[in-house]
Design a protein around this ligand. Structure first.
Ligand code: ADP
Ligand code: ASP
Ligand code: MG
Length: 462
């Protein structure tokens, strides 16, 4: 069971999580817990580290650490009053390390990806001991493991590490023996390289940690506890009448998370799918709701379109140039240059004249992408490079779309009628999604139009 940041935002909520866990322990289940940082902590750590590294005056380290200390001690006092002294010492030691590292990066004026990962893992280093203490407060034996101790081995790609299969047996050997006597609480979001350097799994990575551990120990089920009733037909913060989906297939869940449904980290389905373990998404604040079950698709849903998602932090890059026409290997050259610069290409569209290739990339990769393409321009392959940050990508997702004619027609007719200009279209070969790009200001409207067009708020089979 993985619990997200809002589920453990303060002492009261951590106590509530312990209460939920106690219920399942009493029912006789063996549980492994994976926990996120208290909500907002990772953002604060990232912001403070960037500020401290460039700061020339007195760095804002002490007040920052003092504020974090106050928040976590308050949570501990509330969730596990009897263990306050014992666990308070653990928190103090960690806060001292954090303070030392932040001071060091200020002195060195250097923040490497490796040190940054270590710093941003502190949210989970502080939350896990509190949740574990809250369990012990209720008489449930519990131990804490960091991601590395739990056996999660990753690629050395700091900030966006991927779990290596080599870790699976290690995780199993380390975690499974604990289950007969305790409830292990594992810090989410982090792992380490073979050499023992701390890595993080990308923002929202605790979902991925939960899935990695669940798959490695051959769990019966992987439960992701969050702050909404399940996977919904769209982001409920954007679409007021979004509805909870009772079941979603692995492929649909992958597409949804990849295309912006923040409820699941985009890599969190793959480990579960590999072992065919069902993933449940449930609400910590409404635990009796059945939530969403994510499973291998056995019988095709009658509903063709299931959800509409939006990704806002993307940028469009288009390359044009007559030299591209009829010239073999141009696309290869472009994509290998982008890959060499570490650019993640999310969508591709190529005009049939071959004079234009448009790409949607993560907004944060725009500078690298332009560097890569400028290099190619020097070779005379492309003429112009156009970039545009003012765009969003939208995806319409549903496994039933494969082989159902007319879906694209409905999508683009509905948008056209509403006057939304579509800038680029791409269809994944899985046919589980149709994705396209519109101007930023048209994004929310486009999502609502499609949510209405496919009557996603209604609980019926179309
Ligand atoms: P946690 O802290 O538990 O990891 P997140 O904030 O990462 O929670 O993810 C849950 C949030 O994801 C919800 O509060 C909701 O606003 C957002 N969200 C976006 N798209 C969807 C969707 N399709 N279904 C459910 N939630 C979604
Ligand atoms: N704490 C990390 C983050 O905010 C991981 C997570 O919450 O899943 O990104
Ligand atoms: Mg999350």
């Amino acid at each position: 069971m993985k619990f997200g940041g809002t589920s453990v935002a303060d002492g009261e909520r951590i106590a509530r999580v312990a209460e939920i866990l106690e219920k399942y322990v009493k029912e006789g289940h063996e549980l492994v817990v994976v926990v996120s940082a208290l909500s907002g902590m990772t953002d604060q750590l990232i912001a403070n580290a960037s500020e401290v590294v460039t700061c020339t005056g007195k760095p804002p380290v002490e007040p920052f650490v003092a504020a974090i200390r106050a928040r976590h001690e308050k949570a501990l006092r509330l969730a596990a009053p009897d263990l306050y002294d014992e666990v308070g010492k653990v928190l103090s030691a960690r806060l001292e390390s954090l303070e030392n590292i932040l001071t060091a990066i200020n002195t060195l004026r250097e923040l490497t990806p490796r040190s940054r990962d270590y710093i941003i893992s502190f949210g989970e280093r502080l939350s896990a001991p509190i949740l574990s203490a809250a369990l012990r407060q209720r008489g449930i034996p519990s131990v804490v493991l960091d991601g590395c101790e739990a056996g999660i081995i990753t690629t050395p790609t700091h900030g966006d590490a991927i779990a290596l299969p080599a870790g699976d047996t290690r995780i199993e050997n380390r975690v499974v023996p604990l289950l007969s006597t305790t409830v292990p609480v594992i810090m989410g979001f982090m792992g380490c390289t073979e050499d023992g350097n701390v890595t993080t799994l990308g923002r929202s990575g605790s979902d991925y940690s939960g899935a990695i551990v669940g798959a490695a120990i051959h769990a019966d089920e992987i439960w992701i506890w969050t702050d909404v009733d399940g996977v919904m037909t769209s982001d409920p913060r954007l679409i007021r009448n979004a509805r909870v989906l009772p079941t979603v297939s692995y492929l649909e869940a992958m597409e949804l998370s990849y295309f912006g449904a923040k409820v699941l980290h985009s890599r969190s389905i793959e480990p579960a799918m590999r072992k065919n373990i069902p993933v449940l998404v449930k609400n910590t604040f409404n635990p009796d709701h059945p939530g969403t079950r994510i499973l291998r698709e056995e019988h095709r849903d009658r509903r063709v379109v299931k959800a509409v998602t939006i990704i806002e932090k993307v940028a469009l890059v288009a390359v044009t140039g007559v030299q591209m026409v009829g010239r073999p290997g141009v696309a290869k050259r472009i994509f290998s240059a982008l890959a060499d610069h570490g650019v993640n290409v999310m969508m591709i569209s190529q005009g049939s004249s071959e004079a234009n290739i448009s790409l949607i990339i993560e907004e944060g990769h725009l500078d690298q992408a332009v560097d890569a393409l400028t290099g190619i321009r020097k070779e005379g392959i492309v003429r112009d490079i156009v970039r545009d940050r003012n765009v969003v990508a939208i995806a319409v997702v549903g496994a039933g779309m494969a082989g159902t004619p007319g879906i694209s027609g409905r999508i683009f007719t509905a948008l056209g009628k509403a006057g939304v200009n579509v800038m680029m279209i791409s269809q994944g070969s899985s046919e589980v999604n149709v994705s396209f790009v519109v101007r930023q200001q048209d994004g929310p409207k486009a999502v609502q139009i499609l949510h209405d067009e496919f009557r996603l708020s209604e609980d019926h089979d179309e």
